[in-house]
Write a protein that binds this ligand. Structure first.
Ligand code: ATP
Length: 258
């Protein structure tokens, strides 16, 4: 993917009222690289991810996509206009834990919807692009199914197809497999691995340590709103120095050893 985006996060703070959810976060994701955000529940992973496309408003610091600040016109400056924010978001795809598909539409129509309404493509072109995206996630034979006739893993793959049909240069994933039965997790991770292999820039909040170990270029560990460490998967997952990471991994492995 020649034109994958970079993400630069510098000194980002985020408050919910008086509660500080993010403290002085610095993180860089170069074009075409995959960063997994891991850490205990409530550590701020989703909040940080959602700040990247300004679904959450950060209070200070800066987040830049391809060098351009998102959310504000300058550090400490005024909020960006709705139109400018929408234009920046057009190059950012997001996949949530819940698939958020339209129940009354087929898989093809779900994927085509954004192409018709946001990109204003003609119907035939939108449908052709939707079909190509569904083929890519392995659902070429399920295009006419409504979500209720698809498994959770298939529904999440439709959600990924919907995002990639818009030709994003950055993909954000917020625990994309957490709502799935264990036997359906692999098919979704497989699609994500393919995307990563094609050079998509990705930021992934996940509890799937195997995915982080094998697909991420960098793993970032968060705890209580702080980014404790960012390093290679090996450094974070197999020989972490920080006691908070050691304790998190110990608990994680205990829970998953039955
Ligand atoms: N809208 C909100 N209003 C107030 N507090 C919030 C809001 N959203 C999140 N928080 C708080 O901010 C902190 C970070 O939440 P966040 O969802 O980012 O954590 P997380 O690491 O993604 O957790 P999990 O793994 O459980 O999803 C938590 O203490 C949470 O309760």
């Amino acid at each position: 993917m020649a034109d994958a985006s970079s993400v630069e996060i510098r000194g980002v703070d985020k408050f919910y009222g008086s509660f500080q959810a993010l403290s002085a976060i610095d993180l860089s994701v170069p074009p075409g690289k995959v960063t997994c955000l891991i850490g205990p529940s409530g550590s701020g992973k989703s909040t940080l991810l959602r700040c990247i496309n300004f679904l959450e408003v950060y209070d200070s610091g800066e987040i830049r996509i391809d060098g351009r600040m998102i959310g504000y016109d300058a550090p400490g400056g005024r909020r960006m206009s709705g139109g400018a924010l929408r234009r920046m978001r057009q190059s950012i795809g997001m996949v949530f834990q819940q698939f958020n598909l339209w129940p009354h539409m087929t898989a093809r129509e779900n994927v085509a919807e954004g192409l018709l309404r946001v990109r204003r493509l003609r119907r035939a072109e939108a449908m052709a692009r939707a079909e190509a995206a569904l083929e890519k996630v392995g659902l070429g034979d399920r295009m006419d199914n409504h979500p209720a006739r698809l498994s959770g893993g298939q529904q999440q793959r439709v959600a990924i197809a919907r995002a990639i049909a818009m030709e994003p240069r950055l993909m954000l994933f917020d625990e994309p497999t957490s709502a799935l039965d264990p036997e359906l997790v692999g098919e979704v991770l497989g699609v994500m691995k393919t995307l990563a292999g094609e050079g998509m820039t990705m930021v992934v909040v996940t509890h799937e340590m195997g995915f982080a170990a094998h697909v991420a270029d960098r793993v970032a560990f968060m705890d209580r709103g702080e980014l404790v460490a960012v390093d290679t998967p090996e450094a974070i997952l197999t020989r972490p120095e920080d006691p908070r990471i050691q304790s998190f991994l110990r608990t994680f492995h205990e829970r998953n050893s039955f």
